[in-house]
Design a protein. Structure first.
Length: 311
């Protein structure tokens, strides 16, 4: 990881920890019923019994799965980046979040589409939040949210937003539900912070190549990936061969790449993103590097990046 991203990550950790502690007391799990006479009493008692039984069942389940709980069963706190949301019923949404500790989770945000919702805009894609959730069998339920990073600059700039959304989509594709992936989480938060503070089209491209590296794909760029020649100029990139190709091998396949794009790509995969950001190559080279990155992500995930069409 380059110095710049590492620094913003270190800062991220500090802010995150501070926010995690400021979430305050957990709300009570049950609320006393207002009506309390006759049949209403019986119904309330029955409801509470059922609820306690459900809580107990979840307690057993969460103990077995090693869920981090906070004194109360099934409730957990974490922090994460909102990857996407879909509508649920009249007023709710299902929110997909890449969290620091619990991996990718899907949670219901109740009433989030009503005006005056207590969640406000805090659960929109790109938001970095501290949250408290109630663990469910498939879907969790969001009970509290606080913003860590609003990424206002990204949200107000369509160009930056499309880059951010394509990073979120690629993250969503590789992240596994409820499987912790701290490196991915840190990389995403770092990339969003860099995009928000020092916008550049190279950030999304670098993020894609880093994502592939995390998944175990490191393109070979210091020699021909097919014949191994190291002294020949490299003129193409072949994802099947796993790297750059010399002129002879490029006749058999691969995609032609400019020397400038290959050089930029080399700096990115060798952790010199700072150098690229300091002296950015011309727009057409950046575009080429980005296109190569999107192709590589789609090739390795065997899925289209829908948001890449907007870039
Ligand atoms: Zn070759």
């Amino acid at each position: 990881m380059n110095d710049d991203l590492s620094r913003s990550l270190a800062a991220a950790q500090g802010t995150c920890a501070a926010h995690a502690h400021s979430l305050g007391e957990l709300p009570p799990l049950t609320r006393a019923s207002g009506a309390s006479e006759g049949e209403e009493d019986v119904r309330t008692a029955k409801r509470l019994r059922l609820r306690r039984a459900a809580v107990a069942a979840r307690a057993n389940a969460s103990t077995k799965s090693g869920l981090i709980t906070l004194g109360r069963v099934g409730l957990y706190r974490d922090q994460g980046v909102v990857l996407r949301t879909i509508k649920l019923g009249e007023a709710d949404r299902i929110v997909t979040i890449l969290t620091q500790v619990n991996g990718k989770i899907r949670a219901v945000a109740k009433g989030v589409r009503k005006t005056g919702s207590r969640f406000g805009a805090r659960l929109e894609p790109t938001r970095h939040v501290a949250l408290q959730c109630y663990r469910g069998r498939e879907l969790d339920v969001v009970t509290q949210v606080e913003t860590i990073d609003a990424f206002r600059r990204i949200r107000e700039d369509y160009g930056l937003l499309t880059h951010a959304i394509s990073m979120l989509e690629a993250t969503d594709q590789v992240a596994q539900e409820r499987q912790r992936n701290l490196a991915l989480y840190r990389m995403l938060v770092g990339a969003l912070r860099t995009l928000d503070s020092r916008p550049s089209p190279v950030i999304a491209a670098a993020f894609f190549w880093k994502l592939l590296s995390l998944e175990g794909f490191h393109p070979m760029l210091d020699g021909c990936a097919r014949c191994g020649a190291e002294s020949q100029p490299l003129v193409a990139l072949d994802l099947v061969e796993g790297g750059a190709l010399c002129e002879d091998c490029a006749r058999l396949g691969g995609r032609r790449v400019s020397p400038e794009a290959l050089a930029t790509l080399g700096m990115i995969v060798n952790d010199n993103l700072r150098q690229v950001l300091a002296g950015p190559p011309p727009a057409d080279v950046l575009e080429e590097v980005e296109r190569l990155a999107i192709d590589a992500v789609e090739f390795h995930s065997e899925r289209r990046l829908r948001s890449a069409a907007l870039l």
